[in-house]
Design a protein around this ligand. Sequence first.
Ligand code: PBG
Length: 332
Amino acid sequence: MADISIDPIVQRPRRLRRTPAIRRMVAETRLDPADLVLPMFAVEGLTEPREIATMPGVWQHTKESLQKAVHDAADAGVGAVMLFGTPLERDPIGSQAWNPHGILANAVRWAVEAEPELPVIADVCLDEFTDHGHCGVLAPDGTVDNDATLPLYAKMSVVLADAGAAMLGPSGMMDGQIAVIRKALDDAGHTDTVLMAYSAKYASGFFGPFREAVDSQLKGDRRAYQQDPANAIESLREIELDLEQGADFVMVKPAMAYLDVLAAARAISNVPVAAYVVSGEYSMIEFAARAGALDRKRCIMEALTSAKRAGASTIVTYWATEVATWLNEVRS
Ligand code: PBG
């Protein structure tokens, strides 16, 4: 071969990757414990905490175990906790959802009692409370009745705000839900209750393990109200509508399979953008790590960092407390 002469390479991006200290200095994205929100499951009538088989490391809580986990989250510096409740009794309209002494309102009180300064977010949706497992009430033809569901969300929201929830996460994907909930809260004097709207929520297979977490009664799927994974532009419409209706946060869910949607959400929103790293995303990494296929810590950090890089300022994740602890170790 003849001589190959290469011009001197002036541009060497590798210079900035050479040492851990340089990489740290030039990192474009940093996770902070305050970015992280811990979702938690409270189960009515439970006497001992129970680990969720499809989500190893995540527990269904009693009052006592919930309060301990809330303390641990606050000590680690997580931004907030998000509560889901599973009732003992279910019915077609989900009436335990607005029982002021039902499991979700009680769990809000337990969390606030444990850590009064920590923002407590309550999920607003009927799926844990209905005996058919859908997010709203059913019309005679078996479809989910959007407009009949809205006043139930309104009642539920006021009960949860009364119980002390600083924020509510309407996750049912009913049209008009943010406007109806905002008005009900304001009329009840809860003008400061923050609405974290699940704006772009997809009908996702990655919610699979959540069904065990809340003992879901659902048969079938939610494709007639949650979004089609094929669509991204539709998310922009959902976000615009929620912002018009008074959303204080918008959320994209799931996260890892929807980073394009997250980036687009960031670009069009003038409020904080949250990403929910959902149950199936959690379990994929946990089970793959247990099988020896992945480096657990590294992949968890990569997953959460990618959500932040794509535009999320808040990340809802079952790893919140553990990751916050790791972040604190790095700093000290
Ligand atoms: C509905 C709700 C769901 C999740 C959060 N809120 C289930 C669903 O829409 O089917 C899923 C969260 C997860 O998978 O981690 N209340």
